[in-house]
Every structure is written in C-alpha cells, then in structure tokens.
Design a protein around this ligand. Sequence first.
Ligand code: SAM
Length: 220
Amino acid sequence: MDMTRIRDHMVEHHVVGRGIHDQNVTRAMRMVPREKFVDPGFEEFAYEDAPLAIGEGQTISQPFIVALMIEKADLDAGDKVLEVGTGSGYASALISRIARHVYSVERHERLALQARERFERLGYCNIDVRVGDGSKGWAKAAPFDAIIVSAGAPEVPAALKEQLDLGGRLIIPVGGGEEQRLKRITRTGPATFEEEDLGGVLFVPLIGEDAWTAAHPMYT
Ligand code: SAM
C-alpha cells in the first residue's frame, strides 16, 4: 500500500476539503505517518476520517478534529505546547512538527509508554510524555503558548488557564453529556481571558481531580 499517496488524499479530502488551510497543519499531516499510531491490524483504516479504538476504552481522534484543534491553537515554530490526553500520540506528533516543544500528559500508563516508544522510533525528540492527571496541567513546564485538551471536561480547569502565557491559547471541549462545545480561551491579561465557541464536538471524558470523576458513565 502506498501510504504517502493515501495520506495526501486524506489531507486533501478530509482536511483541506473541509476548510483547514493552515499550512503548518497540512504540512505536518502529510509528514506524520498516522498508520504508525493505530493498533496493529488497523493500518488500512488509518486514513479514514474517523476515530479508532486504541485500547483502555480510548480512541485516536478523527483527523479533521485534530487538524481543527491545532489550527485554532494558532501555533508558531517557537511555541511551547501542552497536550492533555496523549492517547496514541498522533496529535502530539503533529504538534511537534510545528512547535518548538511539546509536553504531553496521559492518565493511562500503557498508552503513555506506547506513545513515547513511537516518538523515539520516529525520531521525534521534542516531545516529553508524563503519566498523570492533565486536568492539573504540567506546572513545572508552564507557562505554555498553547494548551490542547483532547478529552471533554465538565468545565475549564483553573490550572490550565493559569498555565497559559500572556496571549496563550487553550483549546478544550467543554460540557456535560456526550457532546461538548469546543472552546478557545485566550489569555488577554494576567487575570483576563477571552472565550470563543468553535462548535459542537464529541470526545471521551477528561477524568481527573479538576474534571469528571472515574464514575463517569463513559469511563472504562
Ligand atoms: N490526542 C490523542 C491521539 O492523538 O491519539 C487522542 C486522545 S483520546 C480522544 C483522549 C485521551 O485523554 C485518552 O487517552 C484518555 O486516557 C486521556 N485522558 C482522559 N483524562 C485525562 C487526564 N485527566 N489526564 C491525562 N489524560 C487524560
């Protein structure tokens, strides 16, 4: 199978074709082999615009949504970025091809270790992965130019807002139930934030101290 051609087709059809024009994002998507971030046996489905199971009841997100979140984070080459919810590692890998450094937090140890191995194998050496509760952010590495949360929170966790640099952007799905609203929170001053609604999305829950509890109905 010619993965480069299939990947280019996915970018043209599902990403550019649906309105994502940020060249940083489309270049990164043409570069990162999504088939290396899915479970063995699922490679042939890697370039469909759909989430796929990755174990632990979690998913690698749909490529279009990942592209949208990264585009809305408005990344620059010098940026330091936090991703909450490493999962397969695919979104962190894309961000690492655009930004200076990525800090990525995942609550499931197996997923975090697997993502770290994938980054090493691909030679993506500007990503640090930690096992833990990303609803508390990553205080030691803060402040961040951007924070992307790849799981749905009941409310915007205070720690994530606090860990944004001035002008920093936080992209996060927020809301009860299975569907959330994708929000962009921009830090406009030491204690001021601007909030925008980017539309409806569907994410697995963010489970943590400043998020849903493990008793969430979708929790497995
Ligand atoms: N970005 C991922 C990718 O590219 O494959 C997909 C993320 S998946 C939709 C959401 C991830 O968030 C899951 O792996 C889940 O275990 C993780 N997660 C949920 N709550 C978390 C928390 N409080 N801290 C860190 N990770 C969390």
